[in-house]
Design a binder for this molecule. Structure first.
Ligand code: 0O2
Length: 273
């Protein structure tokens, strides 16, 4: 293939990766804004390098003519979850979306690879809008836990170092490490609800503080500064107690004060009724 055509081929894949990254980050944000536990911990993505495409074409005997059909991971998204249970949730969430269509799945959780690799893969059809019209592409989405990702990233580097021929004794160690990762994930699942509760509380606190600060800032513009300083000091006091219920109560009270202040600013007569 002519060198300049690689750019043309890969550009829509770059676009797909950048759009999907944004979309999956939005999913996480949506959960957090609603004070809910987010099954997505982080998202990354990449377009396969030309060197890696060429290597896989050779290895799998793929021609340039059928490249886009036969190579389903030119665009790749990796979704990292905290717990094994989240993987299913994320896969179900993808299944319900109307902007992507699942073409196939590979469950390397139930069918772990000989190397010890564990992950859940989905190949989806995704359409990007280009100046030449819509282009439907395949994208590989890998979903795995943080622990599985640690193992896969390390093993991938060793695959590169040993050009796919990892010495037997290292392979055995990697297999043992993979078993340890599975046990770790299982152990973490045991305390999942505890961890989720803690994270939800922390998110509620973050959102409450954001709201409180916005209200105090607004009061500064409208109200008696000395009163607002008192409110601000009360906020610092409550915050230092780490009592979420107190913080919620303060937030509700402040909302009422801020509402009254706004009404007064719009209609000064409110104060004289
Ligand atoms: P990169 O650098 O991530 O793009 P294969 O024949 O296994 O190479 P196939 O049949 O297309 O690939 O599908 P599969 O098995 O689902 O693998 C797709 C991707 O999953 C791989 O892409 C890796 O990212 C990851 N993967 C699969 N098996 C292993 C493994 O044993 N160890 C690690 N670390 N990752 C794995 P690429 O093209 O190999 O690499």
């Amino acid at each position: 293939m002519e060198i300049q055509l690689w750019r043309e081929l890969l550009d829509p894949y770059e676009q797909a990766v950048s759009e999907l990254l944004k979309k999956f980050c939005n999913v996480r944000e949506e959960y957090l804004k609603k004070n809910m536990y987010a099954p997505i911990e982080s998202v990354s993505g990449r377009v396969k390098t030309v060197a890696s495409i060429l290597e896989k074409m050779q290895r799998k005997n793929i021609s340039f003519e059928t490249l886009e059909e036969d190579l389903d991971d030119i665009a790749g998204i990796r979704i990292i979850c905290q717990f094994v249970e989240d993987i299913e949730k994320v896969a179900a969430l993808i299944g319900k979306r109307t902007d992507m269509e699942i073409r196939s799945t590979k469950d390397y959780l139930r069918n772990q690879k000989g190397s010890g690799y564990r992950s859940f893969h989905l190949i989806v059809w995704y359409t990007v809008q280009t100046i030449d019209g819509p282009k439907k592409l395949q994208v590989e989405i890998q979903i795995r836990t943080m622990a599985m990702n640690f193992w896969a990233t390390t093993e991938h580097s060793l695959q590169y170092k040993y050009k796919g021929e990892i010495p037997a004794h290292i392979s055995q160690q990697l297999n043992r490490a993979s078993e340890a990762i599975e046990i770790l994930d299982r152990e973490m699942s045991q305390v999942r609800s505890e961890i989720m509760d803690a994270q939800i509380d922390s998110q509620i606190e973050t959102n409450l503080v954001k709201d409180i600060l916005r209200n105090i800032e607004n009061l500064y513009k409208l109200d008696n500064k000395r009163e607002v300083v008192k409110i601000q000091n009360e906020f610092y006091r409550i915050f230092s107690t780490h009592n979420l219920e107190e913080l919620k109560r303060f937030h509700r009270q402040l909302d009422i004060i801020a509402e009254g202040s706004r009404a007064q600013a719009v209609d000064p007569a409110v104060n004289h009724q």
